[in-house]
Design a binder for this molecule. Structure first.
Ligand SMILES: Nc1ncnc2c1ncn2[C@@H]1O[C@H](COP(=O)(O)OP(=O)(O)O)[C@@H](O)[C@H]1O
Ligand SMILES: [Mg+2]
Length: 409
């Protein structure tokens, strides 16, 4: 029996799927450390977990340490400490180091969490990535611009979800970004050379430092484009066959990057660019599973329950390589404008023509507020053996479905 603690600051639906799979894994006794009180847990989840420890700040290493000690008293010594949130990876590693729990240590967690350090490590290992500079003041930023030229990308050095990430095309963009950045002079920013080309993910399983399996997906268009165009409906595609020449280089560079960063046992989520000249640039690495939709699509493409596959890996060091039998993809539905959803148009035709391909959907509901995230108001996920059929279906969805928003005065 393995005793494990799962830190989930808030037990929202996306996280709950991971917690539930971990709690139901045979041979595992799982306690949750969370700000959600026991009586507010979903009944299914309350039934499945073996322990619950409430904390007020789900990212505070001291509170997590207290939680692990508390759960150890309830369950027996905690041997695994896990969590899926990007922002949790360093605190979790600090607590593991302090309590002698196996798993990723603080050095490796910082390598994957701090974007500037990550690129330093990758570059030192001879792995290609965008030129970058962590900047603390105007001179540094201007020097980097002089060196690299436009366009640049400016982002927080430890961001997630593309928050506060900007593309700077002109001197005017640069000056106004600089003025805003100077508003909080204590903050450091990361400036990067702008990468062109197609953006992809490389999601993979590493066990004891060996990459055993991976999944590539295509973002169409890249997330930053989606972010800059709030009306843009977009797609993520998992081609059925990712053994072709366009993916050959990432199958070499991806595992090499994980090795350089010190990722031992993890389901990790990497983003990379296929540049117009055919070369690869690694964009970022998270030593945690991808977000909910991509996780589900990996499940659909391989006919497995992704969440159980992940839980077995991180809690029991077990992994059975799944075959990729289907292509799958998600179309993200986004309204144009502001306010609330009034109606969704074009669904009838999609249901009629593509119903057989649709495996999952969350349709925007009338009255629902417009989303502030680039994931939009809803999504439709499709699956088929043929990648072309998936791409075609997604194109039909994003061009045929229209989310109508109305200003809610
Ligand atoms: N150097 C870059 N060149 C081009 N686009 C970039 C660059 N850095 C980031 N982006 C775009 O911004 C998005 C968010 O940046 P990323 O570094 O992945 O941060 P986050 O951790 O917030 O996801 C990326 O998915 C990509 O589309
Ligand atoms: Mg990213």
């Amino acid at each position: 029996m393995v005793n494990a603690a799962f830190v989930a600051p808030y037990l929202l639906e996306a996280t709950s799927q991971f917690v539930l799979a971990a709690a139901r894994l045979p041979g595992v006794r799982l306690g949750v450390i969370t700000a959600t009180p026991l009586e507010r847990l979903d009944p299914e989840l309350r039934e499945a977990v073996a322990g619950h420890w409430e904390i007020s700040d789900g990212l505070d290493p001291q509170q997590i340490t207290d939680g692990v000690r508390g759960l150890s008293a309830q369950l027996g010594p905690v041997e695994r400490l896990i969590g899926i949130l990007e922002q949790l990876q360093v605190p979790l590693a600090q607590v593991r180091d302090a309590l002698g729990i196996p798993g990723m240590d603080e050095t490796s967690a910082r390598n994957v969490r701090e974007k500037s350090r990550m690129k330093d490590v990758l570059r030192a290992a001879g792995l290609p990535c965008a030129r970058h500079q962590l900047v603390h003041h105007t001179d540094q930023a201007t020097r980097f611009l002089d060196h690299v030229g436009f366009p640049l990308v400016a982002k927080p050095p430890d961001g997630a979800g593309a928050k506060a990430t900007y593309r700077l095309d002109t001197q005017q963009d640069f000056d106004s970004w600089l003025r805003a950045a100077q508003g909080s002079p204590s903050e450091a920013w990361l400036l990067e050379e702008y990468l062109t080309g197609r953006e992809h993910t490389f999601d993979s399983v590493t066990l004891g430092g060996q990459t055993l399996w991976s999944s590539v997906s295509d973002y169409v268009p890249p997330p930053l484009e989606v972010l800059r165009n709030p009306w843009m409906q977009w797609t993520v595609v998992l081609p059925q066959d990712v053994s072709g020449p366009e993916y050959a280089e990432i199958h070499r560079a991806g595992p090499a990057a994980l090795r350089a960063l010190g990722v031992e046992t993890a389901f990790s989520h990497m983003e990379w660019f296929a540049r117009p000249d055919g070369s690869v640039a690694i964009s970022e690495v998270g030593a945690r599973p991808p977000g909910a939709q991509l996780a589900s699509m990996i499940g659909f493409s391989h006919d497995v329950d992704f969440f159980t596959l992940w839980a077995r890996l991180v809690l029991r060091d077990e992994f059975d390589r799944p075959d990729r039998v289907y292509a799958s993809g998600t179309a993200y539905l986004r309204g144009m404008g502001r306010g609330r959803v009034r109606a969704v148009h074009g669904l009838e035709e999609i249901r009629r023509d593509l119903g057989q391909l649709i495996v999952s959907a969350r349709l925007p509901q009338p009255g629902q507020p417009a989303s502030s995230s680039y994931e939009g108001e809803g999504f439709i996920t499709v699956r088929h053996q043929d990648t072309g059929a998936v791409r075609e279906a997604l194109d039909r969805i994003i061009s045929g479905v229209r989310v109508e928003l109305v200003e809610s005065d």
